[in-house]
Design a binder for this molecule. Structure first.
Ligand SMILES: Nc1ncnc2c1ncn2[C@@H]1O[C@H](COP(=O)(O)OP(=O)(O)O)[C@@H](O)[C@H]1O
Ligand SMILES: [Mg+2]
Length: 259
């Protein structure tokens, strides 16, 4: 009896079954967002519901104006929805005040903007350190250096954003997004401003960091090659989910597609 590893009554888990899939890091329920201009209301998102498993990768695609950026901003706690709920890592964002949201964004969320959003007066290294310093971390510098090395910028530590190419700035933004080891990373067209070669480098890094750190990856992209790397593709059209496709990724049947 002493060698029994499993208390009586608990179900055995098959490590390869779907049930084993980890908890949902993100749950979006009946999300709606409307903007008002004058006496007009514009419904940008309507009845959006989906859940993402921890550690998974998902692409959000759809035509310009379909609500992709708005959806990401709401899921990341950067914007408030008009209706519905977002539960991120077990926390209902709608119940949090601005300070709590800021703290959650800093600790658990990474965000990569299409326009990089680096601080122009700080060097590459200092930019990467910012989110860690906000948390009062002591070892920001070595970790920032390590991340910049990982994205291939070991000889650009002390460059300012204006002294960097677009691809290099995006890689700095990537390193910055990962410094606090976020549970989930939202990337809004992370390769949208980059040439094909740099785009591939950034994409490869995103998925590599996702794999190494275990961060859930949600990315908006117009690039079918990039979307093809994700386990799931959510397609928006006119503010609603037009399609939600999953693939069984990983070691078993990576090319297996199901609706
Ligand atoms: N602050 C805002 N005020 C009014 N309308 C907005 C605002 N932000 C976005 N929109 C509108 O919402 C729609 C969706 O925008 P967005 O989420 O940026 O789409 P996408 O990222 O898919 O191109 C667009 O029609 C846009 O004009
Ligand atoms: Mg957008």
């Amino acid at each position: 009896m002493a060698h029994r590893l499993r208390p009586e009554g608990l179900p055995l888990r098959n490590p390869f079954s779907e049930e084993m899939s980890l908890k949902d890091i993100l749950q979006v329920q009946n999300l709606g967002k409307t903007y008002r201009s004058g006496d007009q209301t514009l419904a940008v998102l309507r009845e959006i519901s989906f859940a993402l498993a921890e550690g998974s990768t998902c692409a959000v695609i759809g035509p310009s104006g379909s609500g992709k950026t708005t959806l990401l901003a709401i899921c990341a706690g950067l914007e408030r929805p008009t209706s519905g709920t977002v539960i991120l890592n077990g926390k209902n964002l709608g119940l949090m005040d601005e300070n709590q949201l800021a703290q959650l964004r800093n600790r658990e969320v990474g965000f990569i903007f299409q326009s990089f959003q680096l601080i122009p007066t700080l060097t590459a290294l200092e930019n990467v350190m910012v989110p860690a310093e906000i948390q009062g971390r002591n070892h920001a510098r070595p970790r920032a250096s390590e991340l910049l090395e990982q994205v291939g910028l070991e000889d650009r530590f002390h460059h300012y954003p204006v002294q960097l190419s677009a691809g290099e700035q995006q890689r700095v933004a990537l390193a910055r997004a990962f410094i606090n080891r976020p549970k989930i990373l939202f990337a809004d067209e992370p390769t949208g401003n980059l040439d094909a070669e740099t785009s591939e480098t950034v994409a490869r890094l995103l998925f590599e960091l996702n794999r190494v750190v275990g961060t859930t990856l949600v990315l908006v992209t117009h690039n079918p090659d990039l979307a093809a790397f994700t386990e799931r593709i959510i397609q928006l059209r006119g503010g609603v989910i037009a399609a939600d496709r999953r693939r069984s990724g990983g070691a078993f049947g990576a090319s297996n597609t199901s609706a």
